[in-house]
Design a binder for this molecule. Structure first.
Ligand code: ADP
Ligand code: MG
Length: 360
């Protein structure tokens, strides 16, 4: 539905040219929520603006629903208003001198619709975001959450097949953000929209998306479904960016046949796991805190680590503990009823399928 191929984009800034998108490609399927996730400055907004036609890439190709809307080779560059997209930005860009209904009607004003048609479309869009009762309210009197809904209603008033949203929830308080996540997903399902979503918030991305593309420094590092990216990241960057993580340096023991199953000796113990070749300077064991379980077996076997408990934080549903070795520490998440004491030597087990070994 959205196909972005080899987009390069640079900006001239005080007579210096900087490339902010190096070679960005991704593909969004019909009726899915596809999220660009990455730290600030990684090129998410620029990518999105290229899709919308608000920026012109230096090179590459963009297709919407099978039609090229930008192609540097065949010199296609469809203007934004002809791309058939709905857009929501972080700043809701709501006109203060207009009512809610007038704001929502704004994208229709330059098209040939009768008054009755416009009224019907605006009412339908407002109803879809539960705002019908506020149609005549002046825009400045709205709460943050209501403004968000107005921006959303305005984005869908033209019945676009594709909705693109750039950090639409980042101005809302935590509770409202959670509620709006669910509402956005519901709206997407109800209308069968194809959604291109941008956020720097890992949890938001993991909970809402069918597919994620992780961006860094103007590049897509990794694309996949949330569970795969979270549980089995291909790169150290994704592993670290997507959630709590432990990295332990060590020495790799290579098995025969160059297999993907290798082992690593860390200061806590020896772990077998899956090899991830890549950028890392020194070999490291990676695992997520919730994948480690306390081990009472007194075994000295593979995939068991030992270290002293130096911190214990009760988090309600679970307890976060820190184990300290000579040079490194790990954080684990265990059941709060666990009776381990400060200063105690603690053994933990991480199954090989949850142990990733990054090595060059
Ligand atoms: P993100 O949305 O991931 O935070 P952006 O796409 O906004 O990242 O920005 C990526 C990089 O491009 C940043 O370094 C930013 O400073 C730069 N950039 C964005 N827009 C412009 C512009 N109009 N002129 C110059 N540099 C820009
Ligand atoms: Mg941005």
């Amino acid at each position: 539905m959205i196909s972005v191929e080899n987009i390069v984009k640079s900006f001239e800034d005080q007579s210096r040219r900087t490339t902010v998108l190096r070679d960005v490609s991704f593909h969004v399927n019909r009726s899915e929520i596809f999220t660009l996730l990455g730290p600030s400055g990684s090129g998410k907004t620029t990518s999105m603006r290229c899709v919308a036609g608000l920026e012109t890439p230096d090179s590459g190709r963009i297709e919407l629903d099978g039609d090229a809307v930008f192609c540097s080779r065949s010199l296609v560059n469809t203007p934004p208003n002809k791309r058939g997209l709905g857009m929501v930005f972080q700043s809701y860009a709501i006109w203060p001198h207009m009512s809610v209904g007038e704001n929502v009607a704004y994208p229709l004003s330059r098209r040939r619709f009768s008054r009755d048609e416009i009224k019907a479309k605006v009412r339908r869009a407002l109803a879809q975001v539960d705002l019908l009762a506020l149609a005549d309210r002046p825009a400045p009197n709205l709460s943050g959450g209501q403004q968000q809904r107005v921006a959303l209603a305005r984005a869908i008033v033209n019945d676009p097949a594709i909705l693109i949203l750039d950090e639409p929830l980042s101005n809302l308080d935590a509770k409202l953000r959670l509620q709006m996540r669910a509402e956005l997903v519901e709206l997407q399902r109800k209308l069968g929209l194809t959604m291109l979503y941008v956020t720097h918030d890992q949890e938001e991305a993991l909970s809402m998306s069918s597919t994620l593309a992780v961006m860094r420094d103007g590049e897509v590092v990794e694309t996949g479904d949330p569970i795969t990216l979270f549980e089995a990241p291909k790169t150290r960057f994704t592993a670290e960016f997507l959630g709590l993580s432990n990295f332990l340096p060590g020495k790799v023991l290579v098995g025969e046949g160059g297999s993907d199953s290798i082992a690593i000796d860390t200061e806590f113990g020896r772990f077998a796991g899956t090899r991830r070749k890549g950028e890392t300077a020194a070999p490291e064991l990676f695992f997520r805190p919730h994948h480690a379980g306390l081990d009472a077996s007194n075994d000295d076997g593979l995939n068991i680590g030992r270290a002293r408990l130096v911190a214990k934080t009760f988090l309600g549903e679970l307890m976060e503990i820190t184990l300290q070795g000579k040079e490194n520490s790990v954080k684990l998440r265990v059941h709060p009823s666990s009776e381990i004491q400060m200063g105690e030597m603690v053994a933990f087990r991480v199954e090989p399928r949850h142990s990733l070994i990054f090595s060059s």
